[in-house]
Structures are given as C-alpha cells and as structure tokens.
Write a protein that binds this ligand. Structure first.
Ligand SMILES: O=c1[nH]cnc2c1ncn2[C@@H]1O[C@H](CO)[C@@H](O)[C@H]1O
Ligand SMILES: [Zn+2]
Length: 339
C-alpha cells in the first residue's frame, strides 16, 4: 500500500505522549502564550524538539522533552495541546486514541494536579467535537519521582475515571527505576480500579515485562526486550497482555540496535496481542502512517494484519465496551472493503 492508502486506513492508537507529540505550529503558539522565545526557522525549532542525530539511549531521548515542559503550565496551554494532538491524529484517520501526560510536569505556575487533568480532558473533548475522533486520557506517573508524588497524581485521576480518563501508566527512566520501585503507587492504582499500562522492556530489561504484568498491567508500553527472553511470550500470552509497539522510538532509543532484533516474528508466531503506535510524534519525528509504512517495509505487514493490530488495540483499550463494539464493527467493515 502506498502512503496515501496507509494514511486513509482507520487506526487506533493507545500509546501517544501529549508533550512529545505537539505540532511545531502548536509549539509556536504555546511559546507565544508563555512568552518564551523560539527560533524562527522550523528547522531550528525541530532541532530543539526532535531526535535528529543518533542518540545513545532512552536517557538522551528523554532530554528532548525539556524544551516543551515550560510551555505546558497553564490550563489554556494544556487544552490547546490536547486539541492539537487530536487534530493531527484525526488527519490520519485515527478513530480512537489514548493520550498520556504527566501532571507532575505542569505544576510550575500553581496549577493543581486535578486542574491539569481537567484541562487536558477539556482539550480532548473539544477535539472530539471538532474532528469526530474518540479519545481517552492516561495519567503518567514518573518513575524517577517518589511514590508519594505518583500516588498524588493517581489520586487526582480517580474522579475522572470513565469521565475522559481511561487509566494510568508509568513513564520515565526505566533503566534506574524498575517496577519493584513503583509498587506502592501501582498498588494504589489497583485499589482504586484504575486500569494500568506500564512502560516496560524498553531498556534491555526483559524481566521488567514479566514484573509489570505480575503487578497488574494489562498492557505493556514497548515490550521490546522480549527478543532477549523469547520464553516470556508464553507468559504475555497467558495473561492476554497487549503490547503497545513503538518501532521508530525503539530504534532511536536503541531499545533494539537493529531491525533484525525487533521481536516482530515472535509476536506474530505466538499470536500476542499488539498494536502499532507513535510514542511521540514530534520527538520521534513520526506519524502513525509512517509507523505503518515501516511495518510494511520491514515485515511485509498486510492489510489483514493491520486490521488484527487494530482489533487487538480496541480489545485492550481503556474505553467503554459499547465504543469497543462500535469500533470493532467499523474497522472490520472498512478493512473488508479494501480486499
Ligand atoms: O518512550 C518513552 N519511555 C519512557 N518515558 C517516556 C517515553 N516517551 C515519553 N516519556 C516520558 O513521559 C513523560 C510524559 O509524557 C514525558 O515527559 C517523558 O519524560
Ligand atoms: Zn512512551
């Protein structure tokens, strides 16, 4: 399929960070609102916000988020940001998207955790109305913060569950903060009935995938290190966990050093549930369409398999059962029309 056909395919996306996915246009608007100077040329702005040269690891990748953090400190900014990402997603026929952000990173100017969450949900609702897309928010705890801070963020999320919020996640420095360190906050999320996805297996640490599922995650962000411990596939399968694949991001952070290591065949042969995602449209300089194109190029992924990835994503989504049923029907019909 050519890029235009791939772009038109209906898609779901479960793993997309708000702060890593702002269009350059939105970054300019937000910078103006915050009275923060930005370079005039898009090329120079891209250099500040996108991974361009080869980097060594996830730590260097995460440095690229520093530039936008000061731009996301007001309700208006958070709302605009959420709207902007929905606009980009809708333009490539994403019909359902979960967008995640860390409330702890938007407190510099006095917003409360709850206010940051409400503002992002506001922007998502506005985007849904404008673009006919469905969405939910995920609140990220950050691994490098202490459990009290992460529990506070999750506590602020609770009132929004099923009201624009789908669940919670842990992002950040996985190499130094394994799942065991997050146990109290994860336990809190579980007692509150917050659905849980966890970044895991992004730092050559396959054991973190096992540990995360063991602690209650029904979805795994990345899961790339599966290739280093293939026997984990049976455990992932037995627990019906869904892998949120982010190929470009994984190549950039050296979660895989080359495409041959990527566990695509393992996922397909074991019929693991998995879906395709951008992780960060801006930081990774990608789109969901480009991700589909990469899967097609490297793995000869067919339309039938793209449909299966989407059906897996829908099944694993943190949204209402009625919406899942509706999306499932729509996706099957749309992909059938292709063949
Ligand atoms: O692939 C990733 N792995 C781990 N952490 C990430 C990744 N992408 C983004 N973030 C982190 O999540 C925060 C909230 O969106 C971002 O600020 C970034 O620090
Ligand atoms: Zn991520």
């Amino acid at each position: 399929m050519d890029l235009k056909t791939l772009q038109a395919l209906p898609k779901v996306e479960l793993h997309c960070h708000l702060d890593g996915s702002l269009s350059l246009k939105a970054i300019r608007q937000l910078a103006k609102m915050a009275q923060i100077p930005v370079p005039e040329s898009d090329q120079a702005l891209a250099q500040l916000t996108q991974v361009q040269e080869p980097i060594a690891n996830l730590g260097e990748y995460l440095e690229k988020f520093d530039f936008v953090a000061p731009l996301l400190q007001t309700k208006a900014a958070l709302k605009l940001a959420a709207f902007d990402v929905l606009e980009q997603a809708a333009a490539e026929n994403v019909q359902y998207i979960e967008i995640r952000f860390a409330p702890a990173f938007s407190l510099d100017q006095g917003l409360s955790l709850g206010e940051t969450i409400a503002a992002v949900i506001d922007g998502l609702k506005q985007g849904e109305a404008a673009f006919g897309i469905h969405s939910n928010l995920l609140v990220c705890g950050m691994r490098q913060l202490d459990n009290a801070a992460n529990i506070a963020a999750f506590k602020a999320a609770v009132p929004y569950l099923h009201q624009g919020l789908g669940g919670v996640d842990f992002a950040g420095n996985e190499a130094d903060f394994p799942p065991a360190d997050l146990k109290p906050a994860i336990a809190y999320a579980r007692t509150q009935g917050l659905p849980l996805t966890l970044h895991a297996g992004e730092c050559h640490c396959a054991h973190n995938i096992y540990e995360s599922i063991h602690l209650g995650a029904t979805r795994i962000g990345h899961g790339t290190a599966l290739y280093e411990q293939p026997d984990l596939a049976a455990y992932i399968k037995a627990h019906h966990a869904c892998l949120e694949l982010c190929l470009t991001s994984n190549l950039q952070t050296k979660a895989v050093t080359n495409i041959a290591d990527y566990p695509y065949d393992l996922i397909r042969q074991n019929q693991l549930q998995a879906c395709i995602n951008t992780d960060n449209r801006t930081v990774s300089n990608t789109t969901l369409t480009k991700e589909y194109a990469l899967f097609q190029k490297y793995f000869q992924t067919s339309a039938a398999t793209f449909l299966q990835f989407n059906l897996d994503g829908i099944a694993a989504a943190f949204c209402a059962p009625a919406l899942k049923a509706q999306l499932t029907r729509q996706f099957k019909a749309a992909y059938q029309a292709l063949s």
